[in-house]
Design a protein around this ligand. Structure first.
Ligand code: BTN
Length: 325
């Protein structure tokens, strides 16, 4: 582990540590400790307080991601599906990183998590705000036997899995088509699926999951839609390692179920959490806007919308609840 991360690990419980203690523990000089503290502040925007005579402490305790802790909370059966787990301190995008690895032949079941993304990607070309150490940014490469064209319902499957894993921490979570997890109409988590290779060949997919765990209002100002975090919606501190494990477990179980039985196994779970069902909605597509009443999803995962008594399915676009005048 790099020195800055070792220092952060020492400070992670939020208690004061003297410069001398940190220098001795890490086997470096006090000047080096000070330089590394500056780095934590400037490079990662970590708030480190320094008080004369007491030393340094984090304004907020922080749990770094650790693959051993994550793996320890995943069932033995699901662990057999994991080819490897990279934990990165900073990356442009875990999805981009894994797409590149996939094109070099990385095996299915490869996971990448990062403490920070400098160019986190959202759906429809959006940016995913990804500050250091407070949220979850995770990508999983999966190699399906099905052709990519047969994977149309995968986003639905992952959204159901993600909401199952997150329900442990907060009640009343909803899913908004195609695959956002919301609490009180504010976005908590999103999914970005990126296909690798030919549409007709065996489908390799990078499944990117971003969860807002505990994010400051200042950082959240960069988000262009109503958002919340799991700490606010659940009211208690969350171990990111445990959360990561729960999500990875549910995602692996769901993919295996999807591979065996298809999307049908997920329709009921989707309906239970469907934010839009029965509501007036608007779908923004490149060809224009469509308005109607949402009527759940069809057996390919497309959104069903009723307009003038006719129900049509929509595969792509951005759906939103229509505001009442
Ligand atoms: C959305 O727009 O709702 C999708 C957000 C997906 C964000 C995650 S964070 C981990 C992975 N890496 C990325 O660059 N994006 C996804």
């Amino acid at each position: 582990m790099a020195l800055d991360m070792q220092l952060l690990q020492c400070l992670s419980n939020g208690h004061f540590c003297s410069g001398e203690y940190l220098a001795n523990t890490l086997g470096v000089s006090r000047t080096t400790v000070w330089k590394e503290i500056q780095k934590l502040r400037q490079q990662y925007s970590v708030e480190v307080q320094s008080v004369k005579g007491r030393g340094y402490r984090l304004s907020q305790p922080l749990e770094l991601l650790e693959s051993e802790k994550i793996l320890a909370n995943i069932s033995a059966q699901s662990r057999t599906q994991i080819a490897g787990m990279d934990i990165l301190t900073v990356v442009d995008s875990t999805n981009r990183y894994l797409m590149a690895a996939a094109s070099q032949g990385a095996p299915g079941g490869q996971l990448v998590l990062a403490e920070q993304q400098t160019e986190g990607r959202g759906r429809l070309g959006r940016t995913w705000v990804s500050p250091f150490g407070c949220n979850l940014y995770c990508s999983l490469l999966w190699r399906f036997n099905l052709a990519a064209t047969g994977l149309s319902g995968l986003g639905i499957v992952i959204a159901v899995a993600l909401s199952r894993a997150m329900s442990v921490y907060a009640e009343g979570l909803k899913i908004k088509w195609p695959n956002d997890v919301l609490w009180q109409n504010k976005k908590l988590a999103g999914i970005l699926l990126e296909m690798q290779g030919e549409a007709n060949g065996p489908g390799a997919v990078v499944i990117g999951i971003g969860v807002n765990v505990r994010m400051s209002d200042v950082t959240g100002r960069g988000i262009d839609q109503p958002w919340t975090d799991l700490y606010t919606s659940g009211g208690k501190s969350i171990s990111r390692n445990e959360l990561a494990a729960n999500i990875i477990e549910q995602v692996i179980l769901a993919i295996q179920m999807f591979e065996k039985h298809g999307l049908s196994e997920f329709i009921d779970s989707w309906s239970e959490r469907d934010l839009l069902n029965g509501q007036p909605v608007e779908i923004n597509q490149s060809s224009g806007k469509i308005s109607g009443i949402a009527r759940g999803i069809d057996d390919t995962g497309a959104l069903r919308v009723e307009s003038e008594g006719i129900v049509k399915s929509y595969m792509a676009g951005e759906a939103s609840l229509k505001k009442h005048n």
